[in-house]
Design a protein around this ligand. Sequence first.
Ligand code: ZN
Length: 131
Amino acid sequence: MPMLEIATNGRSQALDITRQVQQAVSASGVGEGWATVYVPHTTAGVAINEAADPDVMADVLMTLERLVPWQGGFRHAEGNSAAHVKSILVGSSVRVPVGGGRLLLGTWQGIFFMEFDGPRRRTARVEVSPA
Ligand code: ZN
């Protein structure tokens, strides 16, 4: 199963990985089916949203920070509970239909690796299954 290697460069970051996921779809040879992107981390996630205006994901990150402030009086000794909570809110996988060998995303949609405790070296799995 293809594995994407992702280097993040901020504590919180929304990194557009649409191109890399499309490369995995193309390499799979699957024409019609589904692509699943799975993030095997407890302080990161994956989300689909607008890729046209970068201010959208900046606003999403700002809103998550407001909802779950880094200093939240948490118990976890590692000190990154806010990142664990954001990871759960955002989720660890997305599934996108594939047609004609292409991701069938909407016009404005992109796939974002969501970092909440970076910078780190991360991975994401991409499974492409025929319909
Ligand atoms: Zn932790």
